[in-house]
Design a protein around this ligand. Sequence first.
Ligand code: SAH
Length: 330
Amino acid sequence: MGKSGFPKFRATQIFKWISKNTPFDRMSDLPKSFVETLKNDYIDIAINIDKEFKSVDGSVKFLYRLCDGNIIEGIYMPHNYGDTICVSTQVGCSMGCAFCASGIGGLVRNLEPGEILGQIIAVNAWLKGKSKITNVVLMGSGEPLDNYENVTKFIRLANHADGLNISQRNISLSTCGLCDKIVQLADEGYGVTLSVSLHATTDEHRQNLMPIAKRYSVAEIIKAVKYYFEKTGRRIIFEYSMVKGENMDFFDAKRLKELTKGYPSHVNLIMLNPVKEKNVKGCTKEEAQRFLKRLNDMGVSATIRRSSGTDVGGACGQLRRSVIKGKENE
Ligand code: SAH
């Protein structure tokens, strides 16, 4: 018997069904009376796709509706190495980065593990068996390590052989750099790909872009990611959104070389997605190419990230913002 008073094997049955987006009524190997109990006390489908926006590049942006009416967004990207989904971990975000739309209204609430998993389940169902999500990036709205317990439970659920069976290597967790939690993740034996939003090479510059930089220095971040590498053997990815006049001169390139030296790492340069409410300017393609060449010439492993779905909602958080704003103006 489990804690709920039902035999433990029922949990496995339900978990298998839930992973296939099946409502309680269609869980055919459960007794009818048990189904009624479940319907009264639990939620079977945590996430529903509210709207979809197909991009010319093949990616699809989704607006999902949660059971309490909150809206979150995500994007599905078919890639040659596998179908990838970008999922949100919080409704809103409390980090307040200078260029990011997700944090504009602050944090509304954490997502439950089932709500993070539910985004994958919903999109798998939408794909109708034609394809299946194999890769997950925790790069939607929210700061995953600010919702540590739920996000790590999500990783265990997504990884489970009875469920979606997605390998931890195929899950990328993107964080603004909560160093204690990076260390905890490593100590607890997780092996997801770690992406750290660096975005600047000095504390002063980083503080201009990311309030969290007042809590953790660049040096502390590098110490934490090196520890993560030592424990997991996983290459570290740095995200670096290029901001005009802020973070892409010769000295930034030199400092990036120093910061990424001595352990396997890669710098993902990101073209800034302009956010109406934010006064931060991106750079031109030529300026980005110049910065990339400078890094590569110095021996830094770096590429410019291909951006998906820019024609259907732009940077993360913007689609949800546009819905909320539309409602405010109604
Ligand atoms: N909270 C996590 C996940 C955020 S979204 C984190 O900070 O890493 C994933 C990436 O998109 C982060 O690197 C984030 O800084 C970046 N990002 C957010 N808004 C952006 C914008 N308007 N243009 C370019 N990159 C952006």
